[in-house]
Design a protein around this ligand. Structure first.
Ligand code: NAP
Length: 287
């Protein structure tokens, strides 16, 4: 029997971070310390944990983490002012507004206010558009992580049928675009999709991005498929049934330890890339 591949996100994340160390050292020699500003609005405990994990990952690697915590009563106007301030600050290279913000805030307006050169999580519509056209610098981090895992394990999407379950602006839509740009034939499914199990049975690549624990069943998976589970639900449970999907799949990401750790490493990579770009801009402006 052909050996199954467990797509180990911890190994991939370490590889990405190891590659960043020299780039960060080079920047520091030139007087630049990459800096990621994170904005958390309110006191949702999961969001607090995610922001803390991102900040800690930055600091471990020598990236500055500017952590901004705004009260839950912050208005859209106040949030936009804070984003404008960070856009103007040359020592900040990346801006991450933690999703979701409290319901009274116009989240889309806030995302759109992030300067494109600092949009390291690909949340602006311009960033998304550039990703879809295939020339963007910073695709959303989770879609970027999914491709990074495929690249690390040399899984080529070309000509394969990829079925993405979910179409959120931060995950399902951009990962569909990225796979299309890799010459996969892409089907994007959502809550109105009919006959999902039948569609999945034709999938060579399955991306689970639904936000429902164990939603994708093992018997929906085609023998030999690649299963990439971006889901992360309470109790460390993915969006796909792991054991049952493992029986059918040729390669699969576990949860935890799959897409999640690589997502954080992509945020670090994009922040370093943004700092490098700011340096190039400084050099060409000085000429
Ligand atoms: P989301 O915004 O809630 O989107 C969920 C998507 O799933 C929607 O497009 C929805 O369709 C679709 N869906 C819901 N029920 C469905 C059904 N019965 N059949 C088919 N599609 C259905 O979620 P998200 O932010 O994209 O996150 C998805 C998952 O990824 C979550 O588990 C989240 O925790 C995880 N996530 C992980 C990371 C990471 O770093 N690993 C990062 C971000 C998110 P409609 O559009 O029709 O409503």
């Amino acid at each position: 029997m052909e050996k199954k591949i467990i797509l180990d996100g911890i190994v991939v994340a370490k590889h990405v971070k190891d590659q960043l160390k020299n780039r960060i050292a080079d920047l520091k020699e030139k007087g630049i310390v990459p800096c990621l500003a994170t904005i958390l609005v309110g006191d949702d405990s999961s969001s607090e944990t995610y922001v803390r994990m991102k900040g800690n990952a930055c600091e471990k690697l020598g990236i500055l983490s500017e952590r901004i915590h705004l009260s839950k009563d912050t208005t859209t106007k106040e949030l936009l002012e804070k984003i404008a301030e960070l856009n103007e600050d040359p020592s900040v290279h990346g801006i991450l507004l933690q999703h979701p913000v409290p319901g009274h805030i116009d989240e889309r307006k806030a995302f759109e206010a992030i300067a494109i050169e600092k949009d390291v999580d690909g949340v602006t519509s311009l960033g998304y558009g550039q990703t879809a056209f295939g020339f963007g610098d910073f695709p959303s981090c989770t879609p970027a992580a999914i491709l990074e895992i495929m690249d690390y394990y040399k899984l080529n999407a070309e000509g394969l049928h990829a079925v993405v379950v979910g179409r959120s602006p931060i995950l399902g839509k951009p990962v569909s675009a990225l796979l299309l740009n890799r010459n996969a034939t892409v089907t994007t499914c959502h809550s109105y999709t009919q006959n999902l199990p039948q569609i999945l049975q034709q999938a060579d690549i399955v991306v689970a991005a639904v936000g429902k624990p164990n939603f994708i069943k093992g018997d929906w998976i085609k023998e030999g498929a690649i299963v990439l589970d971006a889901g992360y639900n309470k109790g460390n449970i993915g969006d796909a049934e792991y054991d049952n999907c493992l029986e059918k799949a040729f390669a699969i990401t576990p949860v935890p330890g799959g897409v999640g750790p690589v997502t954080i490493s992509m945020l670090l990579k994009h922040t370093v890339q943004a700092a490098e770009k700011s340096l190039k801009f400084k050099v060409s402006a000085a000429k």
